[in-house]
Design a protein around this ligand. Structure first.
Ligand code: NAD
Ligand code: MG
Length: 397
């Protein structure tokens, strides 16, 4: 029996994870669940999965959740705040931690799980993009097992040899081919992108996801963050990582080998497949995902990404090549810009302009410690807010 903590249980990944766990009650028990503010949803999850602990974002949310749980006669211990998130990620009772909080808010608890030597199921790509080497060092020092949940990285993981040591050349890996759907605006006239709404940007053609990652998919910053994620997970230099547009989202990514072989992982676009894969690894368990019907799909297409249409992809490659604080700055500026777009303060095409300006304005720095990293993160958020205030004056943040 494996005991699981889900960070971000009420989100898209969190709900899919609980769906897989519920199919295998003899294999998994839920130790703890967290949510930021969706107290009613979390209470319903507690009633169904009976975790020992539940963590929310504020004292007010904790009081609300406690009252709901008491009324149901549940004994789940309720806590709130970052220290409590780190505690449920690193508690001795926990075997596996699903890191599914969105954005930088997930860094501290995900790192706590890595430092505690847990099996870390990593959905929260922003945490790894920000902390890069620091995160990989924590995994190596503690002996944690890091398993990618992002469908592309899970696919690559499945296409690499079992003893892969983060050295592509030693395993004959010639290229990592990250597939991308291209999002909802792959074919829309570029000059009309200024006018798109958050609802249009969140309408992903193949995947149903949280709003932040949906906007990231529309700008292709999601793919940019995934390029950086692939660099850290698989030890791949930027030139070894190629983005391929594949609008059907059936091939989740590929590894190209020195002998000309290309290995791919295919499946319906449903996150329960990588979640079940990582939960059971190295075994295989049912996920609830329907078998792939290749003849119904019939056609798989591929094209090169257009860096003019998707400047965020170019910005992410540039940040990876620059190294140091650049990926953390890119991520922080993106988080602020995407939230401002969702709040209707800036237009869609201003997202990449804000990030570009912030990256140009901030001096390159080292990230030798989490404290240094968080300072770069803070400076980048401040710079992004200033930039947005210039674009949308007269509105307070
Ligand atoms: P979501 O918005 O649906 O859910 C986010 C979760 O994080 C919620 O449970 C929310 O309560 C919690 N949360 C939000 N802000 C928080 C804060 N400040 N402190 C603590 N908790 C907070 O997002 P999602 O789509 O499930 O994505 C989660 C992560 O997984 C993201 O990093 C995303 O990039 C990654 N991911 C998602 C998918 C997908 O299909 N949804 C695929 C690959 C990777
Ligand atoms: Mg992905």
């Amino acid at each position: 029996m494996q005991s699981v903590t889900i960070l971000g249980a009420t989100g898209s990944i969190g709900v899919s994870t609980l769906d897989v766990l519920a199919r295998h009650p003899e294999r998994y028990s839920v130790y703890a669940l967290s949510a930021h503010s969706k107290v009613d949803e979390l209470a319903a999850q507690c009633e169904r999965f009976k975790p020992a602990r539940a963590v929310v974002g504020s004292a007010a949310a904790a009081a609300q959740l406690s009252a709901l749980l008491q009324a149901k006669g549940l004994r789940t211990e309720v806590e709130y705040g970052e220290a409590a998130l780190c505690a449920i990620a690193s508690a001795q009772e926990v075997d596996a931690v699903m890191a599914a909080i969105v954005g930088a808010a997930g860094l501290a608890p995900t790192l706590a799980a890595a430092r505690a030597g847990k099996k870390v199921l990593l959905a929260n790509k922003e945490a790894l993009v920000m902390s890069g080497q620091l995160f990989m060092d924590a995994v190596a020092e503690s002996g944690a097992v890091l398993l990618p949940i992002d469908s592309e990285h899970n696919a690559i993981f499945q296409c690499l040899p079992h003893n892969y040591g983060r050295q592509p050349a030693a395993s004959g890996v010639a290229r990592i081919l990250l597939t991308a759907s291209g999002g909802p605006f792959l074919k829309r006239a570029v000059e009309t992108l200024d006018a798109v709404t958050p609802e249009q940007a969140c309408l992903h053609p193949n995947w149903s996801m949280g709003r932040k990652i949906s906007v990231d998919s529309a700008t292709m910053m999601n793919k940019g963050l995934e390029v950086i994620e692939a660099h850290w997970l698989f030890g791949a230099a930027p030139d070894l990582i190629e983005v391929v547009i594949h609008p059907q989202s059936v091939i989740h990514s590929m590894v190209s080998y020195a002998d000309g072989s290309v290995l791919a992982q295919l499946g319906n676009p449903d996150m329960r497949t990588p979640i079940a894969h990582a939960l059971a690894y190295p075994e295989r368990i049912a996920s609830g995902v329907a078998a792939l019907d290749l003849t119904a799909i019939a056609t798989l297409q591929f094209e090169k990404p257009d860096f003019q249409r998707f400047p965020c992809l170019a910005l992410a490659f540039a940040a990876l090549r620059a190294g140091g604080s650049a990926p953390a700055v890119l991520n922080a500026a993106n988080e602020i810009a995407v939230q401002s777009f969702l709040d209707l303060r800036i237009g869609f095409r201003q997202i990449d302009r804000v990030i570009d300006q912030v990256m140009q304005a901030l001096p390159q720095g080292e990230v030798g410690s989490i404290e240094a990293l968080m300072e770069h993160d803070r400076l980048a958020r401040d710079a992004a807010r200033r930039c947005i205030a210039e674009i949308a004056p007269g509105e307070s943040q």
